[in-house]
Design a protein around this ligand. Structure first.
Ligand code: BGC
Length: 267
């Protein structure tokens, strides 16, 4: 048995085909969780994640769907339940960036980011909570259901040139906290992780070249970029009963990025 005791539980990880979502899906798989690996455009990548989990003896399925569409979110949860019998954990991870200076940002790119990052998380959480209420709690689990939002340091740190993204993440913070407050009495646990700069495709320009990476490292007191596994380890703990008394919390996994590093000197 794995020390987190997650064996036999089931999870849906949105945006599970790449980056942080992929690492979380893989880590949950290693912990014995049966995983629905959602993808929107990356079907092949999602199938590769599924194969990897199965090769290590776990169970997983790839599930297509656009989190910004209510019917897709419903169908995604249904597919997990059809295949694995229940849903215990939702990881609201799917997120995108469409960056532009403020006056050049199109309404379309404003909407796409809000639709995926904020509305998508709302819709999936709604489906998950409905499902948690319908099913019998697992006899060996302390909570009835568990939702983990993957937010960002930009729920806190304003980010010039990324107003749609920052607005979506600021909104996500109070969506998470409000939902946590609303459903805690039903033994549904809701929490978030706020990653800093993690080496994934979403921020490739920030780490691919040495000069960009050096600039980025100025913002990270711990002196290294984060790896998807740094976030995945925390997600597995938040999904487990070891964090049972953690409600509405945001765990910053950012090497200190949110600690105002320019204030190391001066101020
Ligand atoms: C963004 C990345 C960025 C990081 C730190 C994340 O939420 O998606 O592009 O590198 O925040 O600024």
């Amino acid at each position: 048995m794995h020390w987190l005791g997650l064996e036999g539980r089931t999870a849906l990880v949105t945006g599970g085909s790449s980056g942080i979502g992929r690492a979380i899906a893989e880590e949950l798989g290693r912990c014995g969780v049966k995983v629905g690996v959602n993808y929107n455009s990356g079907q092949e990548a999602a199938e590769e994640v599924v194969r990897g989990i199965r090769d290590r003896g776990g169970e997983a399925i790839a599930i297509g769907g656009d989190v910004s569409k209510p019917e897709d979110c419903k169908a995604m949860v249904e597919q997990v339940v059809d295949r694995f019998g229940r849903l215990d954990i939702l990881v609201n991870n799917a997120g995108i960036q469409r960056d532009a200076p403020f006056t050049e940002l199109t309404l379309e790119d404003w909407r796409r980011v809000i639709d995926t990052n904020l509305t998508g998380a709302f819709l999936c959480a709604q489906e998950a909570v409905r499902r948690f209420r319908q099913q019998r709690p697992l006899p060996n689990a302390k909570a009835r259901g568990n939702i983990i939002f993957i937010n960002s340091v930009h729920q806190l740190i304003p980010w010039a040139g990324h107003v749609n993204y920052a607005a979506s993440k600021g909104g996500l913070k109070l969506l998470m906290e409000t939902l946590a407050q609303e459903v805690a009495h039903e033994k549904i646990r809701v929490n978030a992780i706020a990653p800093g700069a993690i080496r994934t495709p979403i921020n490739r320009p920030a780490w691919e070249e040495e000069s960009a990476l050096n600039e980025l490292l100025e913002l990270i007191p711990y002196g290294r970029i984060g790896e998807p596994e740094d976030v995945a380890n925390a997600a597995a703990w938040l999904a487990s009963d070891l964090s049972d008394y953690v409600i509405g919390a945001t765990l910053f996994i950012d090497g200190g990025m949110s600690l105002h590093p320019p204030f190391r000197e001066g101020g």
